[in-house]
Design a protein around this ligand. Structure first.
Ligand SMILES: [Ca+2]
Length: 202
């Protein structure tokens, strides 16, 4: 037996702890498991951190358990440090994965716009439902519906966006432009704002 002053042992006939130190606990030697392991019936066993929802926060993240640790990677179609950047179509899917009735936000009046803008950060751009993918210049909401007179906050101050550009069909709220709206390529990577209308259950 080799005794160490902190009470830990690396070698002891009674201990079979592998890489983990063996420590005297009262009158018994026990495996003192390294971080990322838990002692199950005397054996240091890897903790599956991915069982815990908070390990990789955010719906764009994927948790991969490793022995003694875990890593977080982005799910396919998600990018950025927090895996929260998506194309407009992936943003739409993302909203649907949060709740079947959720969709990219449709901002139909100033009150909604002001409420939404309160939560946004000036460094980011945010997808909303509004797009003219089907017909250039005809903007529709996330469900495909259109209105005769569209409430808008286009950065041009015009009733339609300045750009009649077939490569730019999806609307964002642009934090860099004081949260005015711009039309950008739908494959740009931005954050998503999802909207869930009141769901009544019987
Ligand atoms: Ca682990």
């Amino acid at each position: 037996m080799v005794s160490l002053s902190d009470g830990s042992l690396t070698e002891y006939e009674g201990c079979n702890c592998g890489i983990h130190p063996c420590k005297l606990n009262g009158s018994k030697f026990e495996c003192s498991c390294l971080p990322g392991y838990e002692n199950i019936n005397g054996t240091c066993t890897d903790i599956d951190e991915c069982k815990y929802p908070g390990s990789c926060p955010g719906s764009g993240m994927q948790c991969i358990n490793t022995v003694g640790s875990y890593t977080c990677t982005c799910r396919a179609g998600y990018y950025g440090d927090n895996c929260a950047l998506v194309t407009q179509s992936n943003a739409s899917q993302l909203c649907g994965s949060v709740h079947p009735s959720a969709h990219l936000v449709d901002i139909k009046n100033k009150a909604t716009y002001k409420t939404v803008a309160r939560y946004l950060h000036p460094a980011n751009s945010y997808w909303m439902g509004l797009n003219d993918k089907q017909q250039e210049g005809t903007f529709v909401y996330s469900d495909g519906s259109k209105v005769a007179t569209l409430y808008n906050e286009w950065d041009s101050g015009l009733s339609t966006p300045a750009s009649n550009d077939r490569t730019k069909n999806c609307a964002v709220i642009d934090g860099n432009a004081a949260f005015q709206w711009r039309v950008v390529p739908c494959d740009n990577l931005n954050l998503a704002i999802c909207e869930l209308d009141k769901v009544w259950s019987k």
